[in-house]
Design a protein around this ligand. Structure first.
Ligand code: SF4
Ligand code: SF4
Length: 226
């Protein structure tokens, strides 16, 4: 899932300091599961903002609304009749949701309430480990399903580098060397000879916004901004 962490309070406070009516919009999917931007976190942030603004003699009227997914038009419809009452919006969704919300309501400033930190595995409550950076050319088939882009400090497609140290990465002894782990797993699966097969570097030539259209579907007419 996509994970995020709430922005520092002072940063959020500064972004909305000139607005008197602010709607805080949570997202009920990934950021809710990772405890950053769901209904509960919206309520907590609003309480903090309310108190801080009162102490500053700069009161603000705050709204709270959490939709199922901010990255989906279908779920943003419920905001259409609400946002007009506000001067600004805080979005507690991931970077995709924030941008999607801003596209739907282009006349109202939208501010991020969280920092999106990656696509991660849920290891335990409150503990998330990044596993994928959506590079677009997955090499897990060659690396025993361990992602070198994410897990190797240098993002090496052919490793290990000379810094590998008894199973740890040269940047820190408490961080596994991704390529040591790839070696171990390939060996366990009887595939060790694959580690010497050269993996060409990724072209990185499609770093403009990528569009995915699944087979059998087509791009719809572009919706106009109102
Ligand atoms: S190689 Fe790593 S970053 Fe690229 S798609 Fe596969 S898991 Fe994601
Ligand atoms: S020590 Fe291992 S994980 Fe660290 S940069 Fe080198 S190959 Fe990558």
């Amino acid at each position: 899932m996509i994970v995020a962490k709430r922005k520092p309070f002072e940063e959020i406070k500064e972004m909305i300091k000139d607005y008197k009516k602010v709607l805080n919009v949570g997202c009920g999917t990934c950021v809710a599961v990772c405890l950053a931007g769901g209904e509960k976190e919206v309520a907590v942030l609003n309480a903090e903002i309310d108190m801080a603004r009162k102490l500053d003699n700069n009161p603000v009227e705050l709204g709270a609304q959490t939709v199922e997914r901010q990255c989906d038009h279908e779920y943003l419809e419920e905001l259409d009749d609400i946002v007009g009452d506000y001067d600004a919006i805080i979005s507690m969704a991931c970077g995709v949701g924030i941008q999607f919300l801003a596209e739907r309501f282009p006349d109202i400033p939208v501010y991020p309430g969280v920092d999106t930190t990656g696509m991660s595995a849920n290891q335990a409550v409150g503990w998330y480990e990044e596993r994928c950076r959506s590079c677009g050319q997955c090499v897990l088939g060659m690396t025993a399903a361990i992602c070198p882009v994410t897990m190797c400090a240098k993002g090496l497609y052919n490793g290990p580098c000379g810094g590998t140290n008894q199973g740890s990465c040269e940047i820190a002894m408490d961080q596994d060397c991704a390529w040591f782990r790839i070696y171990e797993r390939l060996e366990r699966q009887g595939r060790l000879k694959e580690i010497i097969e050269y993996t060409p570097p990724v072209e990185w030539n499609d770093q403009v916004p990528r569009t995915l259209i699944q087979p059998g579907y087509k791009k719809p007419e572009k919706a106009k901004e109102s």
